[in-house]
Design a protein around this ligand. Structure first.
Ligand SMILES: *Cc1c(COP(=O)(O)O)cnc(C)c1O
Length: 418
């Protein structure tokens, strides 16, 4: 059973201090999970997690991950500037972008980030940098369908990311010619893979490709970037991924493919987003309206602007009602926000305990791809973010937006009364 990480009583006290809606994060959960990851991959010299900033760009959260030894994975100039502001330096920054403007490569290069090339045509941009990076990464797209296990698969052939196998060879040759000395290989083939088999299968593919590219071109490969994609159990009946088993599967492929090829010094790096944070964030909202028509609706003060995944992907997010976790779930509700959009529904036909107006509703697993996907549709203002610290106290780590924030980029006519 999925439970909130704070008691109902504590949550009510927190909601007295910070008006709902807000995202609440669990520092202890974040740190313990990061430590488990590092422990699991301790067999690999040079293992490093580059947290995917897009999943949660909050500076306090990023600093916590930095303290736990993580770097960051950026995709845009703004994310690079955020990383720089937080003191991430050089090799602590991975730059995995696509359709990249030259200025972003320039910035990444100035910061000493490891640039991960998405396309063979990027090589011409690298050639124009003030100096040639010593170390570069290449993003592979094997095409076809990538099948992991019991129904878990994705179709790289339909993905805009990465280079074909032939383009990898071409890019490596051109980069060697430019003077690049060290290479890494990256691929992101399945998103939210809730299975212990994804990373091992991906690792084997990348290891074999590294071996081939090394034999073919003589290029020195020093790392393999398994990227993100490890999933979390959004549904209460799902089992979480066992990171120790995942790592053991990667190690097996490493020993079978890389070590016999004399490539035992390759470092494993990851760019996990969801796995690092999703379970350690919850969107806290208040039930403000009830409506009975052809269905029973509970209206929250939060909406898809605070958490877009259900509207965008029809994603399941577990919902509990504070203090009613163990009540019979004998009511069927659509739990919705107030956007003028019929997809603004956190849950459809969800069995829940009877909800009274004023109840605190906890939407689970919002720590990654939650706040960060927020938007201002309908003039909805983005919520606050609150950290539940190790010592049980809370800290406001982002204030809620105000109308002034919303108006700030608008050019009003002289006659406007503000
Ligand atoms: C989104 C993304 C990630 C993180 O993905 P998760 O599913 O959150 O693990 C990592 N690397 C790249 C290049 C991405 O685009």
């Amino acid at each position: 059973m999925k439970r909130p990480f704070v008691s109902a009583q504590r949550l009510r006290a927190i909601a007295e201090e910070y008006p709902t809606p807000f995202h609440l994060y669990d520092e202890r959960g974040i740190r313990e999970n990061a430590r488990r990851l590092y422990e699991a991959f301790a067999w690999n010299q040079g293992f490093k997690e580059y947290f995917a900033i897009k999943a949660n760009p909050n500076p306090v959260i990023l600093s916590i991950l930095k303290e736990e030894g993580c770097g960051v994975d950026c995709a845009t100039s703004t994310e690079l500037l955020l990383a720089e502001a937080l003191g991430f330096k050089g090799e602590e920054i991975m730059f995995s972008s696509n359709m990249t403007p030259f200025e972003s490569f320039l910035l990444a290069h100035r910061l000493g980030a490891t640039i991960n090339l998405d396309d063979v045509t990027d090589v011409a941009f690298i050639a124009k940098l003030p100096s040639i990076p010593k170390k570069m990464c290449l993003r592979y797209n094997p095409g076809g369908t990538f099948v992991v296990s019991n129904g878990i698969m994705d179709t790289p052939a339909e993905a805009k990311f990465g280079m074909t196998r032939a383009q990898l060879s071409e890019a490596v040759r051109e980069l060697l010619h430019l003077g690049v000395e060290e290479f890494g290989l990256h691929a992101f083939l399945v998103s939210n893979a809730v299975t212990n088999d994804y990373y091992p299968a991906l690792a084997r593919l990348l290891f074999e490709t590294v071996r081939e590219l090394h034999e073919e071109t003589g290029a020195r490969f020093t790392f393999v970037n398994l990227s993100g994609g490890i999933g979390i159990p959004y549904r209460p009946d799902q089992q979480p991924v066992d990171i120790t088993a995942v790592s053991a599967g990667v190690q097996e492929a490493f020993e079978e493919v890389l070590i016999p090829a004399g490539l035992g010094n390759v470092a494993i790096v990851t760019e996990l987003g969801r796995y690092m944070l999703a379970p350690y964030g919850q969107l806290i909202a208040t039930a403000i309206r009830r409506k009975e028509t052809h269905k029973s609706y509970i209206g929250l003060d939060a909406c898809a602007a605070d958490l877009m995944r259900p509207a965008m992907y029809r994603a399941y997010h577990h919902i509990t009602v504070a203090g009613k976790e163990d009540h019979p779930h004998d009511h069927i509700y659509d739990v919705v926000g107030g956007l003028c959009e019929n997809n603004d529904k956190f849950a459809i036909d969800r069995p829940l305990p009877k909800i009274e107006l004023g109840d605190l509703v906890v939407i689970h697993d919002t720590g990654a791809h939650g706040y960060s996907m927020g938007y201002n549709y309908n003039g909805r203002l983005r919520s606050a973010e609150v950290l539940l610290r190790m010592d049980g106290t809370t800290q406001l780590i982002r204030r809620a937006e105000t109308v002034e924030d919303y108006f700030a980029t608008m050019k009003f006519p002289q006659s406007a009364r503000l």
